[in-house]
Design a protein around this ligand. Structure first.
Ligand code: ADE
Length: 416
């Protein structure tokens, strides 16, 4: 048993090393942090997907001098080997077990709060929510926090609107070097990866329904189309719906899409996007998945109620038999399919997201005293630095304006 867990930790270590090879920006920050120790004596509680990429981020913060406690932001995304390695090799406090139930999930967040953080790092704002409801006495000890994802930022903005947010939080999600790449290309690739690992079905020629055409939905649609699927987009926002049409996709209401899709993927951030009335008219064999943050987008209660039988067909693939004999398939329990059935976004994009995380924490430590209890954008200088660094690590040289061109852009007097 002991040698088994040692081997698991070794495997996690190799996985992080592999991920780190594609995270040149974070590695450069790590080197600087090691020298300058900007996080010396800072206690950080992080509630993130416990993946190899997150492991590299945690190592970066630790090299900067931080005392880390990590818990999972989703019960199905935890990579146990990574958790083991961070605990065994890096001596971090890690509270994360793959597949843990709801009670265990929240118990782990409580452990992270017992770490008495100065800084919180969240993905979905579950840690921040618990802190503000049940651990309010700790609010004064906290300098600031960061938030990784769209759903978390929406929750934080709602807290700020109601004047209940207790400290400044930087919305990492909203940095250009985050959402344009992680949300679009990261979600695009990892969602297809999750669906294919769970089903091993052919995309080519299938009808793929994407619910939600935000940055994540755009990425999923793009990649499904790239694999030969005929993409249908369901959207409630007229600008986004129009964009989807002009991007070449069919746009229709969910009720109509329900009857034509072979694959469905929700990426809206809202609840009950696919529900009983839709299950009722889906084709036999339809495959339903979610790539939004929470497992609320598919009405699982209604699906369970409508089913006369259910069984696991493969890992992450559950069959639901309806009264009329039709079979519907649910991937990864309706949780983030890219993390539940695959390994999340590739390290290459997480590099930028997590570089923004590391630099935002450093920024908070320098500026928290003058910041209010609001949601802040990642400073433009950090965002631009991450973009430039990423290009540099990729060996891409980009152009610069000549002095004459700069003058032209600033002059209003010149015409044709
Ligand atoms: N969110 C999406 N993909 C991720 C990954 N690989 N690591 C951490 N968080 C993620």
């Amino acid at each position: 048993m002991e040698s088994k867990s040692k081997e698991m930790a070794e495997q996690g270590k190799r996985k992080m090393e592999w991920a780190g090879q594609s995270m040149g920006v974070l590695r450069a920050i790590q080197e600087r942090f090691l020298e300058e120790k900007p996080l010396e004596g800072v206690r950080i509680s992080a509630c993130l997907h416990v993946t190899a990429e997150t492991g590299v981020l945690m190592q970066t913060m630790q090299k900067g001098g931080a005392d880390i406690c990590l818990c999972a932001s989703n019960p199905l995304s935890t990579q146990d080997d990574v958790a083991a390695s961070l605990a065994v090799h890096d001596g971090m406090k890690v509270f994360a077990i793959h597949g843990v139930d709801r009670d265990g999930y929240y118990k782990h967040i409580r452990k992270a709060l017992a770490h008495r953080p100065h800084i919180t790092m969240d993905d979905g704002a579950d840690l921040v929510q618990l802190l503000h409801t049940e651990y309010r006495e700790q609010l004064d000890e906290i300098k600031g926090g960061t938030e990784e994802t769209t759903t978390g930022v929406i929750r934080l903005r709602s807290m700020a609107r109601e004047s209940v947010l207790g400290y400044p939080v930087i919305a990492v999600n909203d940095a250009k070097t985050k959402y344009l790449f992680d949300n679009r290309y990261g979600t695009g690739q990892s969602t297809m990866d999750g669906i294919m690992r769970a089903t091993n079905r052919l995309m080519s020629g299938a009808v793929f329904v994407v619910c939600g055409y935000g940055w994540c939905g755009r990425g999923v649609a793009m990649r499904a189309a790239g694999m030969g699927a005929r993409v249908v987009v369901v959207e409630v926002d007229p600008f986004r719906a129009l964009e989807a049409v002009m991007d070449g996709y069919q746009v229709m209401p969910m009720m109509e899409a329900a009857g034509v899709g072979d694959f469905f993927c929700t990426v809206t951030g809202n609840q009950h996007v696919i529900r009983g009335e839709h299950f009722a008219c889906m084709k036999d064999g339809a495959i339903v998945s979610n790539a939004g943050h929470f497992n609320v987008e598919i009405n699982l209660g209604e699906l369970e109620e409508m089913a006369t039988a259910r069984r696991m067909m493969r890992e992450s693939l559950e069959e639901f038999v309806l009264e009329d004999g039709r079979k519907l398939y649910l991937l990864g329990q309706g949780r983030l399919v890219n993390l539940a059935a695959a390994e999340g976004h590739p390290a290459n994009v997480m590099d930028m997201s997590f570089a923004n995380q590391a630099l935002s924490v450093e920024h908070l430590l320098h500026h928290a005293q003058t910041m209010e209890s609001k949601v802040y954008a990642v400073p433009d200088a950090i965002d631009a630095h991450v973009a430039a660094m990423k290009l540099q690590t990729m060996g891409v040289v980009y152009d610069t304006l000549s002095t004459q061109q700069q003058v032209y852009l600033n002059a209003w007097i010149m015409g044709t």
